[in-house]
Write a protein that binds this ligand. Structure first.
Ligand SMILES: [Fe+2]
Length: 637
């Protein structure tokens, strides 16, 4: 996400002075996302000064499990446990079942590794020190290793034996030697310099190199065999961005695109960066498309973006990063989470940018929703189909505070705060010329999400108008979506905006969605794979396969097992979209902390083919995102 120093750095000296004088005033009037947790039961606003404590807490035993559990099937400690011993030399596991002979390569993973530094503890899951994992499959032999990412934040914290770098949800221990003037001066540092480089979200290839990502422009090159941290790189050294997403897209020719935020003369802009495949991917990086942010001092928070044959897809949710609050937060040593502001009454905007010209071509509006992960997107019959894992609001970010997680078993609202569903938006591209041909729809009411009362409640205000009805201005609303089998709708509203209403893809909470990426990114597709995000499910460790055509689903689960993001690996010469396997790293809940595994599912039937389990020397926490690199195309090929 953008950081205060990043945004201000890009302004001219004169503008810096003007902006800075306004910041304290504006920040003082804002409230942050930390109050979103109150959405289920209160509309009371909190003052910035009354936000939850962000100082590091004393480390507590990881195995805390409240009594009288409200979610007895969910062991949240799989996220809270800390790796206490790296596994530098790969350990061999015990293979059970059958692992296909053709499956050779490395599953590289990234995620939270340790919430502890000395006797201090981070406050938020996103603050946890990055831990890299590797499952290597070599002709039936499977090994596992894990190592911490040696970021500057990791090294500084461990040298000091305390938290000295401010993270997303945790303030660093204040440096008594730093004056207020030094703190202000630091605001004008180069993008990424002042912020944590703890890249604990994901791993992506740039050519034959692999990088660990977070949302700061600083990324780390890692050795895909040893998991050594080899080099640190600041993307803003090469292209004018102040941040980027931790989910770039890797095209079939190796070219990489990412979405970043740039600062222009007129304010922040969302920019698409192209890293052309070949030598010097960073040196040759360039901005190929751009659209201004809706609000000058509140660029939207974005975690993913989309790409189709002809468009870049940018979804601007009303969760913004408040620049005024960020600057003040940095000076006051407050964590970045304090700068997130949710505009609950503002719509979500969807922008389509022309891949050839870089210009904005279409804008669509929806009800406000929060999201982290776009599943996929593609063009069909004059529309863009866009599938997203959506939440009513960003309360789920609050669900990942350590204290909130520890107390979740006593929190009747926890599951509701985390409630999300995969939704499909269908965006008509020919709104001007085709509007008169819009077919009457069955109506917004009842066309989606009706199977889940709690979910449909979230969208009930979507039914405030009906297709075919006359509005006060006399305009008859016509559904512009021309795809016959689509329940998603779109209407030209009286103010001439195009309002889109989604359809439900699956009545289960789905997160970290993956598709047959190499062949179906940006193209029509049928299947995605995900982990469950319903903490109140009968088994919260469920893996899900969704058929977006039939809306059918298959699931896999095992008691006390918590698989991570399922990654599809196609069989050689695949005969169908789901001809291959799904790989997932596994950890076990409760007392089985020193146990890890690699699960191999048949993607078609979603049944287990085989697995490999490892006994580890210490606890293994659950991981977030990863990348499978087949042996045939590993480094050097
Ligand atoms: Fe992510």
């Amino acid at each position: 996400m953008p950081t205060s120093s990043n945004v201000i750095y890009a302004l001219s000296d004169k503008n810096q002075q003007i902006v800075f004088s306004q910041l304290e005033q504006e920040a003082a009037t804002e409230t942050s996302v930390s109050e979103v947790s109150s959405v289920v039961d209160s509309e009371a606003e909190l003052e910035v000064d009354e936000e939850p404590a962000t100082e590091p807490t004393k480390a507590a035993k990881d195995t805390t499990q409240p009594k009288d559990d409200m979610y007895p099937n969910c062991d949240v400690n799989v996220w809270l446990r800390s790796c206490e011993q790296e596994i530098v030399e790969p350990i061999e596991g015990k293979v059970q079942g059958t692992v296909p002979e053709w499956l050779n390569g490395s599953l590289l993973r990234n995620g939270p590794g340790s919430l502890k530094v000395g006797d201090m503890m981070f406050n938020h899951l996103f603050d946890s020190s990055a831990l890299l994992h590797r499952f290597n499959i070599d002709n039936g032999k499977i090994t596992y290793q894990c190592r911490f990412l040696k970021s500057d934040a990791y090294k500084k914290n461990n040298a000091a034996r305390r938290i000295v770098v401010t993270e997303f949800g945790t303030s660093a221990v204040p440096d008594p030697c730093q004056t207020i003037f030094q703190k202000i001066a630091a605001v004008f540092n180069k993008p990424g310099v002042n912020n944590s480089d703890n890249a604990m979200i994901s791993i992506y290839p740039f050519g034959d190199e692999f990088f660990a990502f977070t949302e700061s422009p600083i990324i780390h090159r890692i050795d895909p065999e040893t998991l050594d941290t080899e080099a640190k790189l600041n993307v803003s050294d090469y292209v004018g961005i102040v941040n980027h997403t931790s989910h770039p897209h890797v095209m079939s020719d190796g070219t990489v695109y990412n979405l970043g935020c740039s600062i222009t003369k007129t304010g922040p802009a969302y920019t698409i960066i192209c890293f052309p495949h070949g030598p010097g991917m960073f040196e040759n990086a360039r901005i190929v498309a751009s659209v201004p942010a809706r609000w000058k001092f509140h660029p939207g928070y974005m975690h993913t973006f989309g790409i189709t044959e002809n468009y870049f897809v940018i979804v601007e949710q009303p969760l913004s990063v408040s620049v005024p609050t960020m600057v003040v937060s940095q000076i006051r040593n407050r964590p970045m989470a304090a700068a997130l502001k949710w505009f609950e009454s503002q719509q979500t905007y969807i922008y389509l940018l022309d891949r050839d010209t870089g210009e904005l071509r279409h804008t669509f509006h929806t009800e406000p929703f929060f999201y982290l992960h776009i599943i996929n997107q593609y063009e069909r019959e004059g529309h863009v189909v866009l599938d997203i894992c959506c939440y009513k609001d960003p309360a789920m970010l609050n669900c990942m505070y350590v204290d909130t997680m520890r107390n979740m078993q006593n929190n009747p609202d926890y599951a509701k705060m985390f409630r999300g569903r995969p939704l499909r938006f269908v965006l008509p591209l020919n709104c001007g010329t085709e509007r008169a041909k819009g077919r009457p729809a069955a109506g917004p009411k009842g066309s989606s999400a009706t199977a889940d009362a709690s979910w449909s409640d979230m969208w009930q205000n979507l039914g405030s108008f009906s297709a075919g009805d006359s509005t006060d201005s006399g305009l008859v609303l016509q559904n512009l979506v021309q795809i016959e089998d689509s329940k998603a709708t779109a209407y030209v509203m009286p103010n001439r905006t195009i309002f889109c209403k989604p359809e439900l893809l699956c009545d289960l909470g789905c997160e970290t969605p993956r598709i047959y990426y190499e062949r179906h990114l940006g193209r029509p597709y049928r299947y995605f794979y995900a982990i469950s995000s319903d903490v109140d499910a009968s088994n919260p460790g469920t893996l899900i396969k969704v058929d977006v055509v039939t809306k059918g689903k298959l699931t896999w689960c095992e008691e006390n097992v918590y698989p991570s993001e399922p990654i599809f690996v196609p069989a050689p010469d695949p005969q169908s979209e789901d001809d291959g396997v799904v790989l997932a790293a596994m950890v076990w809940g409760r007392e089985e902390q020193n146990r890890a595994g690699l699960l191999v599912l048949d993607a078609k039937s979603f049944t287990e083919l085989g697995r490999c389990e490892f006994v580890t020397p210490g606890p293994v926490p659950k991981c977030l995102h990863g990348w499978f690199q087949p042996t045939a195309t590993t480094k050097g090929d």
